[in-house]
Design a binder for this molecule. Structure first.
Ligand code: SF4
Ligand code: SF4
Length: 302
């Protein structure tokens, strides 16, 4: 039986495609974008996350039971070394305050769809549906295909939110069941892409060039990260590349935010973009105007 790892199911989502939607977040991503606000979605399997606000000062129960010595104390609070942890779950069982949780639930497509169908009436009224995001949802291709087939069987509008980093034949296989792709573009220069995401981008750009030949139901999403990709050189390369594609459904500019920053510490990792601030609305408007001057249809936000 096909099963997959899901790390969140968000109901009443308004920024992941048209109308009111449920967004299903699948675990696993080949990229490591330094600004990622869902770091708990990057690793393909389960992992442990700490909610520091719940941890009880003076308690050490989790340290005592961990068979792999993956938990240590920094001052009064525990710190998990994710490279040692095998997600046995013992610490979550002994924690008296539920300060530790396992991220990633193994689910069947049918179980996911039971959750999604709870808001069917809202989808009908608003023109919404279901969005599959992550992580990178194409990292679990069989699971995603099953989910999309079930969604279509239930007459749902479907969106796949992708980094584009996957084998192209997967896009072709999923295409009959996808009503809209939200396709992320970050940087055009492959070396800079490697520096900030951990991977070069030739595959992402080639996949997009091939996908637009098969469908125009694509919205390109660009996160605007000050001092990483908002410079004239990258914006010009972006505009040139997108203009060369032909018909796409539009471009959305997503302002950088730091809402996911605390999750890194809770996962025992470091957040590396500490000095970067959110772009101002003037800066976002300036970039949007620049895209419009170059005849691209653009929106700020999802
Ligand atoms: S889940 Fe990880 S941190 Fe917790 S007890 Fe098991 S190995 Fe240790
Ligand atoms: S068992 Fe729970 S409350 Fe106790 S130190 Fe560990 S995380 Fe904190």
């Amino acid at each position: 039986m096909t099963k997959g790892y899901v790390f969140d199911i968000k109901r009443y989502a308004l920024h992941d495609g048209p109308g009111i939607r449920t967004t299903v977040f699948l675990k696993g991503c080949p990229l490591r974008c330094l600004w990622c606000h869902n770091p708990e979605g990057q690793n393909p399997g389960q992992e442990i996350m700490l909610r520091p606000g719940r941890c009880l000062e003076g308690c050490s129960r989790c340290l005592e039971v961990c068979p792999l010595t993956a938990i240590s104390k920094i001052g009064s609070w525990p710190k998990i070394d994710s490279s040692k942890c095998d997600c046995c779950g013992l610490c979550t069982q002994v924690c008296p305050s539920e300060a530790l949780e396992i991220i990633g639930r193994e689910m069947t497509p049918e179980e996911v769809m039971v959750e999604v169908m709870k808001d069917f009436a809202f989808y009908q009224q608003s023109g919404g549906g279901v969005t599959f995001s992550g992580g990178e949802p194409l990292q679990q291709p069989k699971f995603l295909e099953k989910l999309l087939r079930l969604a279509k069987k239930n007459h749902l509008h479907t969106v796949v939110d992708t980094s584009g980093y996957a084998q192209f034949d997967l896009f072709v296989r999923l295409l009959p069941f996808v009503d809209l792709f939200l396709y992320d573009l970050k940087l055009i220069d492959p070396e800079r892409h490697l520096k900030y995401t951990g991977k070069r981008n030739e595959l992402i750009l080639e996949n997009l060039q091939k996908l637009v030949k098969l469908t125009d139901k694509i919205i390109i999403r660009i996160p605007i990260i000050p001092s990483v990709n908002d410079d004239k050189e990258n914006l010009n390369l972006m505009i040139k590349f997108i203009s060369s594609l032909g018909q796409v459904g539009g471009v959305e500019l997503l302002p950088y935010h730091t809402l996911g920053k605390d999750k890194y510490g809770r996962l025992g990792r470091n957040y590396q973009l500490l000095d970067i601030k959110k772009p101002s609305s003037e800066e976002m408007n300036r970039i949007a105007a620049y895209f419009k001057e170059n005849n691209l249809s653009v929106l700020i936000g999802g």
